[in-house]
Write a protein that binds this ligand. Sequence first.
Ligand code: FES
Length: 107
Amino acid sequence: MAKVTWQLPDGSEISADVADGLNLMEGAVANNVPHVIGECGGCLSCATCHIYVHDDWRAKTGDMDDMEDAMLDATEADRTDNSRLSCQITASADLDGLVLIVPDPDA
Ligand code: FES
């Protein structure tokens, strides 16, 4: 299990425990995190689960594959070096304390 914190564009935060094996799009949707939609259900074809991984956690969340890299070019908010598709990050004890930043849809 990982305690995950989503930092929202309005400055507020949502923290929740996400069970091992669930991806972090599923964790966001289950906890009503705004702006993380997960339209494709996690099959890497929508980019509506885009988040920014906090600098402190980039190494621990691992590398993206080529498909995720390509899909990140289709995000609504600007892509940065911290961009990931949260459906491609799986919760585990290694990610306990993870901080994700939710893109501002109006930016
Ligand atoms: S939920 Fe569609 S790409 Fe992540």
